[in-house]
Structures are given as C-alpha cells and as structure tokens.
Design a protein around this ligand. Structure first.
Ligand code: XIL
Length: 417
C-alpha cells in the first residue's frame, strides 16, 4: 500500500469506530466462567498487522523511524484462497450474515465486498431503540433505511436487531414527568415503537430479535427477567406483551429471543424460560445464540446440546453475533492492558478451530439452524478493539477485506458434513 492509500485507510477507519452509542448504566449479562477448547497450530509469530485502528505508542515511534510494519495485509492472507465465497459455500445450508452500519453499505468497496461474501445483514446498532427512536416523537430512519435498501438492492436478507433491549433503550421510554411511567404508558410506548418499526420494514426485514438479553444472570435472581426498569414497571408480563405485539405488527416476520450463554447454568435458565413461553403460547419462532467467543473457546458439547434442546421446543436456532476475540472471553481492558495484541499464526489457528467448530455444528443441524451471522464483515469494523483498548482481529476477513486462511477450512467441507 502506498503512503497515499495508507493515509486514506487511516482516515476512513476511525469513522467506523465512532458509531457506538453511550450506554445507559446497567450491568451486562455475560459473566459466566469460560471453557477451553482449540488445538494449537504452528507457533511461528508473524509481524503484527498495521491495522490503522489503534495506534500504540510503539507503532507511532516505529512509523516515525520507518521501522513499522506498514502493510495492512496480514501476511497469512497470502496463504488464503481469495476466490472463496462464504455465502456460496453455504447456499444449501443457511444464510451467512454479518453486522453492518450505514457507512459500510454506502462505501462502494466495502459494500461490494459485503454483497459478495454474505447473504444477510444485521444493523449492528442502527435499529436499536436508542438509535432509531431517540425521543418520543423522533425516529431516526436514515441509517437503518440505507442498510435495508442496500440489502434489497443486492438480494440480501435483513435481521432486525433489536426491538427491545433494556441496555439500549432511551430513558424517555420509562419516565413520565420525573416519575416512573405507569405500565399502561410503558406498553403504549413499546407498542407504538414496535408497530412503527415493523410496519416500515414489512416484507424487507424477515426476522427480528424482539427481545435481547432479558434472562438474568444465574447468580442474580430466580426469576427469568433481569431486574431492570422494564421489569420494575411491568413485572415479567412485558416479555409476553412485546412478542404478541410484534406478531400482530408483522405476522410474516420471524420472532427471535436473542441471548448469550457460555455455560450450562445460563443455558438451562434460558431453556426453562423459552419452554415456559412456548407452553403459554407466546409467539417465539426462534432463539438467537450470540456467540461472542474468546480465544479460550466454547465447548462443542455445550453448543450442540443447546441447539438440540432448543430444537425440541420447536424453535429454530441462529448464531447471531459470532466473533472470536484474540483475548479470553472474560478479558477486560484492565486485565489485558499489558498483554500483546500481536496477531500471530498461533492465534489465527486457535480462532480457526473455534470458527470451524461452530460452522460444523450448525451444518450438522441444517434445517434447525437457519443462519449464522458474524458480528462484523471484517476486522476493520470490530467493536472489541474499542472495548478492550487493544487491537483485535475477531473476524473471518482481515483489515484489507481479504479472507484469512481459516476461510478455506470453513468453506471446504464435504457436502452433508
Ligand atoms: C454492540 C455493538 O457492536 C457496539 O458497536 C455497541 O457499541 C454496543 O453493542 N450483544 C448484542 C449487540 O446484542 O447488540 C452488541 O453490539 C454486542 C453484545
């Protein structure tokens, strides 16, 4: 890459990074103990990629002295088959999706890459309540519209993410002149939100994460719902309510409950919750398993047993937010502050084993599994870099939108396996 394109690259990438929104303060659900899998492959360290994402002091010094690894090409990309097309390899199995924002789908190079490799998109943030409905009488449609139009023009499916998620609800939903809103007022706001969003995208968004991360941590409470403001106002009744409202708003859309688990205890709680909802006739068609996996892996047994259990409830299953960090799943900015974020062949090999396990488990359950979505089209757009303050490479394609070597493994399977 010459210095002019390098400069352009460095200018474009930060715009991808600036799209996250401030979260209201509340806990997040993901704190189960991690499990370890994955074989180690060749131990040869390769030079860290220059991602243009996080410039460390060392990077900057090295660039000043001309010793930095300037190429954003991950050397291992040379070993990958650049002709692979992920969505074509899986055309007889299920759609392969990725999470996008409006900038990606309007940047010609990134947009054509996404349309070539993926058959489905999920707006990474642009349909979350706080983004699309920031105040009671204001809907901000433009970013989500761009994504949906891009998908329609290119024949891609769209998953709507998400209609209700406490963690990304604007505060106005819950308040009424300084007092907590009544249940009636909350429901009328939720109904209006769900009806308006689903009506706008009827026939274009085929599936919605109606509720995201509702089930409480196993240590928190014996009830299903986390104790958030939705719960404080409406009790657990809001869960049924939002699914029933969504079904009426667009009867043709598939309705998903989306969550995360990395151990059996949390999985069992989600299972019990879904079982009860199904028994009550709550309209839930599928369960989304997020799968933000660390390099310490996720157990194959846990994933495959869970899919089989959910299938017995009559639910379809999708992997909705797949990525594999180069740090352990429990990593926090503080704990990895002194760890290396170099991307080595060893790390790519471990990620490859994990991705391959997930794709294999899902292929074996074709029909029950109806989609896999990765949480960014390529490394340049990953949210882990921002979260941990370290460079990260959690996706299947590198910073230059080139397939990593693991793509060969994931796409080169014998049909039926
Ligand atoms: C993340 C986005 O990727 C970030 O850009 C944003 O700042 C925070 O949310 N579970 C979910 C996703 O359901 O919506 C989250 O996405 C990641 C965890």
């Amino acid at each position: 890459m010459n210095s002019l394109s390098k400069l352009k690259f460095l200018c474009v990438v930060p715009t991808f990074l600036s799209l996250g929104l401030l979260a209201p303060s509340c806990d997040n659900a993901n704190s189960a103990p991690s499990q370890t899998t994955g074989n180690t492959v060749a131990k040869t360290a390769i030079a860290p990629r220059d991602t243009g994402l996080v410039q460390t002091a060392a990077d900057t010094d090295a660039q000043k002295t001309g010793t930095a690894t300037q190429s954003p090409n991950y050397p291992a990309a040379d070993m990958a088959d650049t002709t692979v097309q992920l969505k074509r390899a899986y055309r007889n199995y299920f759609p392969i999706g990725t999470a996008v924002d409006s900038k990606m789908v309007t940047d010609p190079r990134t947009a054509s890459f996404i349309a070539k490799q993926y058959s489905s998109v999920t707006p990474v943030n642009d349909m979350k309540p706080v983004n699309i409905h920031p105040s009671e009488n204001v809907y901000k449609w433009a970013p989500a519209d761009k994504i949906v139009n891009f998908a329609v023009q290119n024949g891609l499916k769209v998953r709507g993410h998400c209609l209700v998620w406490f963690y990304r609800m604007p505060h106005w939903f819950f308040w009424d002149n300084g007092q907590l809103a009544s249940k009636e007022l909350l429901y009328s706001r939720l109904d209006s939100h769900i009806n308006t969003v689903m009506s706008r995208y009827k026939g274009k968004v085929y599936a919605y994460d109606v509720l995201n991360e509702t089930v409480a941590k196993t240590t928190e409470t014996t009830q299903y719902s986390r104790i958030d403001t939705l719960y404080k106002i409406a009790g657990e009744d809001y869960i049924e309510h939002v699914f029933r409202t969504a079904r009426k708003a667009d009867p043709s859309a598939k309705l998903f409950y989306n969550d995360t688990f990395y151990d059996e205890a949390k999985r069992d709680k989600i299972y019990a919750f879904l079982k009860e909802m199904k028994a009550k006739g709550v309209p839930i068609d599928g369960v989304g398993i997020q799968c933000h996996i660390g390099i310490d892996g996720m157990s194959e047994e846990l994933l495959s047993n869970s899919i089989d259990m959910f299938a017995k409830l009559g639910l379809e299953v999708q992997i909705t937010e797949l990525d594999v960090s180069i740090f352990n799943r429990e990593a926090k900015a503080k704990t990895v502050a002194n760890d290396s974020d170099d991307y080595t062949i060893d790390k790519e090999g471990k990620q490859s084993d994990i991705f391959n396990m997930v794709f294999k488990v899902c292929r074996q359950r074709k029909g029950v599994v109806t989609g896999i979505t990765t949480w960014a089209p390529a490394d340049i757009n990953n949210y882990l870099t921002k979260r941990l303050g370290k460079r990260n490479y959690p996706n299947l394609f590198d910073n230059n939108l080139k397939p990593k070597p693991m793509l060969r493994k994931i796409t080169d399977f014998k049909a039926g396996q």
